[in-house]
Design a protein around this ligand. Structure first.
Ligand SMILES: Cc1ncc(COP(=O)(O)O)c(C=O)c1O
Length: 380
């Protein structure tokens, strides 16, 4: 092999953990020592909710035990149920769409913008029917969807405007953090995220009534002891997760900065490869680059999987986010469609991405950039 590959190599066990340090160990230990581990006995959950709401600029926050639980809780609180449709992208993780099905409602897939990979208002508008109860864009890879036209569309049809911000902690839209810009926004704190509590999630909203409903759904639909107003679940966050979250929130800006620096390193390494479309922020957006996903030229789509395998052989943390439009999964075999998302189909055939974990040292990111460049140059 020519190059740099002779000189540059990556460690074998490259796995990027969340940035947990002594402060997290101490915070969790304190909870364990106290014996107060749940929302019934500890004030940690409320403390985390208040701090997170303040950080994103929302009035209310409701902590739950995963991003999927956040989305499910929110849809249930909005009264989404059988016979309803929710407009979602097909270019996302299944965690966005599973909760729609859990509520007995139908996901209707809208297409995405080819540069931001986020669902567009223009296509969502085409998918609206009298049964549409909500539209739910995803801030995919931490790049916010174009929220203003989506909000206008929801307002025009008097439906909920919900946001899956599970990858977008601290992402900005027109200079404002996402979190208070839709009727409600959901987050995930699973360990790959910029803010990690092992597993965990949050709903933020400016609507106190919706927040109160979410709190009911989070805890069995119970409003007071023995008073069950609606079907709910046990989606409660533990005090151990909340204690982790409080410390991690203090590190979030640093994590975002690190992810953006890593994205900058990749951009520098790959920027002049002809035909490769690198992620670019829209003028309205500040992305947190949850993943650095890019598009190969059309003619290389049949070789995409082989390219990713070649990168992985060199220990590059590369992956395909996301390999198929969700509606092609067996889960949707009984959905008659029609599924009209040509951009999603094109993007899923050509996309691949590099990890940007905040715990990744910058010199490792540089090595990843060099090796990726060398391998791609053999194809481009
Ligand atoms: C876009 C999106 N939605 C929903 C989820 C679900 O979150 P969780 O894994 O915390 O349940 C994730 C998690 O990765 C996600 O990336």
């Amino acid at each position: 092999m020519k190059r740099s590959q002779a000189r540059v190599s990556l460690p074998k066990d490259l796995y990027f953990h969340p940035t947990f340090g002594e402060a997290e160990v101490e915070a969790v230990s304190e909870v364990i020592r106290s014996g107060r581990t749940t929302q019934f006995s500890s004030s940690k959950i409320e403390e985390f909710e208040k701090a997170f709401a303040e950080y994103v600029g929302a009035k209310e926050a409701v902590a739950v035990n995963s991003g999927t639980a956040a989305l499910h809780t929110l849809l249930a609180a909005c009264g989404v149920g059988p016979g309803d449709e929710v407009i979602v992208p097909a270019f996302t993780f299944i965690g966005t769409v599973g909760p729609v099905l859990q509520q007995g409602a139908r996901p209707v897939f809208a297409d995405i913008d080819p540069a931001s990979f986020c669902m567009t208002a223009a296509d969502a508008a085409k998918k609206i029917t009298p049964r549409t109860k909500a539209i739910m864009p995803v801030d995919i890879f931490g790049h916010p969807a174009d929220l203003d036209p989506l909000r206008e569309l929801a307002k025009k049809h008097d439906i909920y405007f919900l946001e899956d911000g599970c990858q977008a902690h601290g992402s900005e839209y027109k200079g404002m953090k996402v979190g208070g810009l839709a009727d409600a926004t959901c987050y995930s704190f699973q360990e790959s995220k910029s803010l990690a509590t092992a597993e965990g999630g949050m709903i933020t909203t400016n609507d106190p009534k919706l927040a109160a409903l979410c709190r009911e759904v989070r805890h069995q639909g119970e409003t007071e002891w023995g008073q069950i107003d609606r079907l709910g679940y046990n989606y409660r966050m533990t005090a151990l997760q909340a204690a982790l979250g409080i410390v991690q929130l203090g590190k979030l800006d640093q994590a975002i900065q690190q992810r953006r620096k890593i994205a900058g390193i990749y951009e520098k390494a790959l920027g002049d490869l002809k035909g490769l479309a690198l992620p670019k922020e829209k003028p309205y957006a500040k992305s947190i680059f949850h993943v650095y996903s890019m598009l190969l030229p059309n003619e290389l789509s049949p070789k995409r999987d082989a390219i990713v395998q070649a990168l992985r052989r060199e220990l590059v943390p590369a992956g395909i986010y996301y390999p198929n439009p969700l509606y092609t999964s067996p889960l949707f075999k009984d959905d008659p469609g029609p599924f009209n998302c040509p951009t999603t189909e094109d993007v899923t055939s050509r996309i691949f991405g590099l990890q940007t974990y905040q715990s990744m040292p910058l010199d490792i990111a540089e090595k990843i950039g060099i090796i990726t460049r060398d391998i791609l140059a053999q194809y481009l």
